[in-house]
Design a protein. Structure first.
Length: 284
């Protein structure tokens, strides 16, 4: 089951359309969830059940609108859920039953796109399944199509390996090419110091070896899939976003080799969730 959040906003409309096409391609049912937050006022926890039900009915009506949009995109098995609660909490809880959860990059209840605790960020950090944040100019287009690309960031970490597996499945499902990108930077140059040429060449070669190994593994399982690689130098999030321009989907792991295990999202994935030029999938 694919789960998608909908609140009537333009961004959530793009999310529903994207999720509906993904559900049709994967032949999976789609669940459209709408959540109306309870008013944050003193004593709101003591609201009568009838008022809580009124909020839930409002949410159900919104979800029904989302289901109509999904049907227009070819989704045939669509169910709706309307609840009176925090949208992020509802999506995270129900993600335990889903193969994929999809949200817009912001909605009616967002103040600023990059605010910590926003629905997109919270879902990407806490969902029990891979999460797709639909954003960028290609947000309303197919997840990926003939001639399009699925771009995946790779650094050899366990999370990155799972990201490649997810990206490979997305490319195979949609007939897209898979593009594996590795990024590196010379830490000394960040502080205005010149790195040693030999050390720089070793770093570049190691990253190239990583992406080549990932490509070889994918082609060993799926020889008919078009798989390309690229190594870029510079700030990882910035360079990966640049490579993903015009892609149908960008896939990243929650953390990479440099991520602290106490962090819910690594710095690269956290940055891309709010800046990627296309829909971005975060794989745990």
């Amino acid at each position: 089951m694919i789960l998608v959040g909908y609140d009537g906003s333009e961004q959530s409309t793009a999310a529903v359309r994207w999720a509906a096409r993904a559900a049709a391609q994967r032949q999976q049912p789609l669940r459209v969830l709408s959540a109306v937050p309870m008013p944050v006022i003193y004593g709101s926890e003591f609201l009568p059940a009838s008022q809580v039900q009124e909020f839930a009915r409002e949410a159900e009506a919104v979800a029904a609108e989302g289901a109509k949009l999904a049907a227009q995109e070819g989704a045939t098995a669509v169910e709706t859920v309307g609840v009176a609660t925090n949208p992020a909490n509802a999506l995270i809880e129900q993600s335990a039953e889903a193969s994929l959860v999809v949200v817009g990059n912001r909605g009616h209840h967002q103040i600023v796109e990059t605010m910590l605790g926003s629905v997109g960020y919270a879902v990407a950090a806490h969902a029990e399944c891979p999460a797709v944040i639909v954003r960028g100019e290609s947000a309303g287009s197919e997840p990926a199509g003939d001639g399009s690309r699925v771009v995946v960031a790779y650094d050899g970490s366990e999370q990155a390996q799972r990201a490649v597996a997810f990206a490979t499945d997305a490319a195979r499902t949609t007939g897209a090419a898979l593009h594996i990108v590795g990024a590196w930077d010379d830490p000394l140059s960040t502080y205005g110091l010149a790195g040693q040429v030999g050390a720089i060449e070793e770093i570049a070669a190691a990253v190239q070896d990583d992406v080549d190994a990932a490509r070889t593994k994918v082609l060993g399982e799926y020889p008919d899939l078009t798989v390309t690689t690229q190594v870029v130098r510079g700030q990882a999030a910035v360079e990966i976003a640049r490579v993903a321009e015009g892609a149908g989907l960008l896939v990243v792991g929650t953390r990479g080799r440099g991520g602290f295990r106490t962090l819910l999202l690594g710095s690269v994935s956290r940055h891309l969730v709010t800046t990627a030029p296309c829909p971005v999938a975060v794989v745990r």
